[in-house]
Unconditional design. Structure first.
Length: 320
C-alpha cells in the first residue's frame, strides 16, 4: 500500500482544527484501500488550545502526529518541519488547517501524481473570494513585479496546497537557506506540475493570521531572495544621478556667467546633493538587507526549535 503524509501548519487554530480533521478524515477514508495516510500537524507556537486538541486527536487516532515549536517561527518553518518528517512517505501533501484548502481536492491530486505521471499536483485559485480588496490588489501587484524581475516565474494564484512525490520534497529540503520563500523554492526546483483550479473558500472559523505587515514582509523576502536586480539598479541610478548633478552644476555655472546677478546656483547644487545623498542611502539600505541575509545564513541557527512531539524522528532542535 502506498503512503501519504499530510503536512498541516497550525497557528492558533483551536476553533477549526477539529472541523478540519473530521472533513479530511472522510476524504482519507475513501482512499484507505489504496493509500495509508498519516497527518503531520505542525503547531507553530500557538497560544490557544491548538496543541491540546492535537494531543487529544493523537490519543484516539495513531495516524495523527504533531510537532510543536517552542515559539512562533512562521508558516515557512512549519512547512519545512513537516516536510522533513513526511519525506519518508511516497507522497507528501501540504494544506492549511483553516479549510480554505478543500480536502476533497486530495483525491484528484493523488490521481495526477500517482497515475498520470506528474511530479506535483498543486492548487490554483480562480478567485479571491473572502479576501479584502486591498489584500487582493497588493498580492496581484507583487506577483507582477516579482515575475518581471526574478529568474523564476510564480503563478499569481498559486498556493502552497499541493501533493508532491518524494523526490520533489527531497529537492526542496536540499535547499539549505534559512530565510525561506516556499513559493519561490517550489518554482525554482521545477518538476512537472499539474495545476488544479478551484474556487477560493472562506475560513471555516477563526481569523486569518496574515496581516498586511506580514504580507509585506513575505513579499520582501521573495523579492530579495529571488532577484539581485536591486543591486544592479544601484549602479544604473548612481550613474544617472551623477549626470543629473553634473548637469545642474553646469547649468548653474552658465547662468552665473550670463547673468552675474543670478543666485540659483547654490540652491540647485544643494538640492542635487541632497537628492543624490538620499538615493545613496536608499541603496546602502538595499545592500545592508542583502548583507543581513548573508549574516543570518552564516550564523547557521536552526529554522525552528521543537518543544513537544509524539514522533521519535525529531530532537529538540528540530534535526533528524
Amino acid at each position: 500500500m502506498k503512503t501519504l503524509g499530510l503536512v498541516v501548519p497550525c497557528y492558533n487554530e483551536q476553533d477549526v482544527i477539529k472541523m478540519f480533521y473530521d472533513e479530511t478524515s472522510k476524504v482519507v477514508s475513501s482512499l484507505s484501500g489504496e493509500y495509508s495516510c498519516e497527518y503531520v500537524f505542525v503547531d507553530d507556537g500557538s497560544t490557544d488550545k491548538t496543541l491540546s486538541i492535537l494531543k487529544m486527536l493523537a490519543q484516539t487516532d495513531p495516524s495523527v502526529k504533531y510537532i510543536s515549536f517552542s515559539r512562533n517561527f512562521g508558516k515557512e518553518a512549519a512547512m519545512l518541519a513537516g516536510m522533513k518528517y513526511a519525506v519518508k512517505f511516497d507522497y507528501i501533501g501540504i494544506l492549511d488547517a483553516d479549510l480554505q484548502h478543500s480536502p476533497s481536492l486530495l483525491v484528484d491530486m493523488l490521481r495526477y501524481v500517482d497515475q498520470e505521471g506528474y511530479d506535483v499536483a498543486a492548487a490554483k485559485r480562480v478567485d479571491r473570494e473572502g479576501e479584502s480588496r486591498l489584500k487582493s490588489k497588493l498580492s496581484e501587484k507583487f506577483y507582477k513585479v516579482i515575475n518581471k524581475i526574478s529568474e523564476i516565474t510564480i503563478s499569481e494564484s498559486a498556493q502552497d496546497f499541493r501533493i508532491m512525490q518524494k523526490k520533489v520534497v527531497q529537492a526542496v529540503l536540499d535547499m539549505p537557506e534559512k530565510i525561506r520563500f516556499s513559493k519561490g523554492i517550489f518554482s525554482w526546483v521545477g518538476f512537472n506540475v499539474k495545476w488544479i483550479e478551484h474556487e477560493n473558500r472562506e475560513r471555516a472559523a477563526g481569523q486569518t493570521k496574515w496581516s498586511i505587515t506580514k504580507l509585506f514582509k513575505y513579499a520582501f523576502d521573495g523579492i530579495i531572495g529571488y532577484t539581485n536586480l536591486p543591486l544592479k539598479l544601484s549602479f544604473f541610478c548612481g550613474g544617472l544621478f551623477f549626470l543629473v548633478s553634473l548637469a545642474a552644476l553646469v547649468f548653474g555655472i552658465v547662468m552665473k556667467a550670463v547673468h552675474p546677478d543670478y543666485s540659483w546656483a547654490l540652491p540647485i547644487l544643494l538640492a542635487a546633493m541632497f537628492f543624490i545623498g538620499s538615493v545613496l542611502l536608499m541603496f546602502v539600505g538595499v545592500l545592508g538587507e542583502y548583507l543581513a541575509r548573508v549574516y543570518t545564513e552564516a550564523k547557521d541557527r536552526p529554522v525552528y526549535i521543537v518543544s513537544q512531539t509524539n514522533t521519535i524522528q525529531y530532537y529538540l532542535k528540530g534535526e533528524e
